[in-house]
Design a protein around this ligand. Structure first.
Ligand code: ADP
Ligand code: MG
Length: 241
């Protein structure tokens, strides 16, 4: 059994089918880059895995638990997969530490002292242990995104979904966020990343999934996919002839 099993998943918005039968199994510890043009369904796929969107057909299971369209299941599932977005979405009126504590105490009902200890540990992990009492607007964008990563990690997810998490950052801040992701990958975290950072995908990921028009159009090991793309669409996307 794979950690995440995505079988024949379809998702429509009204009459528009955005995911057209996605099959993807993710093993524990795998690091997968999802690439593809804007509008190909990458974000929708991650949102379906996280239960932020309900699927129209097919099935998704995480750690053996089926994602079913009822609140109890969705809530359980969201605890198993963390998600990080392009926008960091930190609460501006809470400190860095407060941000990382909050979801634990609210969603997981973790006692405050324990949540604080975990928050400190996770902030250490992303190199921000010393900013526990700072407010988000005192931090750079890269630091804020690292807080968002710490907040996701504090929920002890089985997998982390990252949707273009460096796209909103100034170029000089991208590396520090990717360094954190690289470290998580090395520690064995299961990662699904929508990314435009092709060099990072090549260096860090075990597998690259190219989406095109709502389907997995091509997939494989990075060295194969990048050096020897098979389809015209992937060649065009990568800018090779
Ligand atoms: P990507 O992340 O690859 O750019 P998305 O998953 O965001 O692609 O979007 C895929 C398609 O689904 C796009 O055509 C987009 O307009 C459409 N879409 C996404 N979310 C919604 C929504 N909530 N309602 C209607 N259409 C949507
Ligand atoms: Mg997207």
């Amino acid at each position: 059994m794979s950690l995440i099993e995505i079988t024949e998943v379809r998702k429509s918005f009204g009459a528009t089918e955005v995911l057209k039968g996605i099959n993807l199994d993710v093993e524990a510890g795998e690091v997968i880059a999802i690439i593809g043009k804007s509008g190909s369904g990458k974000s929708t796929l991650l949102r379906c895995i996280n239960g932020l969107e309900t699927i129209t057909d097919g099935s998704i299971s995480v750690a053996g638990a089926q994602l079913l369209d009822d609140e109890v299941h969705l809530k359980a599932l969201r605890l198993k997969v963390g998600m990080i977005f392009q926008q960091f979405n930190l609460f501006p009126h809470l400190t860095v530490g407060g941000n990382v504590v909050l979801s634990q105490t609210v969603v997981k009902k973790t006692p405050k002292a324990e949540a604080e200890a975990t928050a400190r540990k996770m902030l250490e992990r992303v190199g921000l242990g010393h900013r526990f009492d700072a407010y988000p607007d005192e931090l750079s964008g890269g630091q804020q995104q690292r807080v968002a990563i710490a907040r996701a990690l504090a929920m002890q997810p089985a997998a982390l979904l990252c949707d273009e998490i460096t796209s909103a950052l100034d170029p000089e801040l991208v590396a520090e966020v990717l360094a954190v992701v690289r470290e998580l990958a090395a520690e064995g975290m299961t990662l699904l990343m929508v990314t435009h950072e092709m060099k990072f995908a090549r260096d860090v990921c075990n597998r690259v999934v190219f989406m095109h028009q709502g389907r997995v159009h091509e997939a494989g090991r990075p060295e194969e996919v990048f050096a020897n793309p098979q389809t015209a669409e992937l060649k065009q996307f990568l800018g090779v002839n």
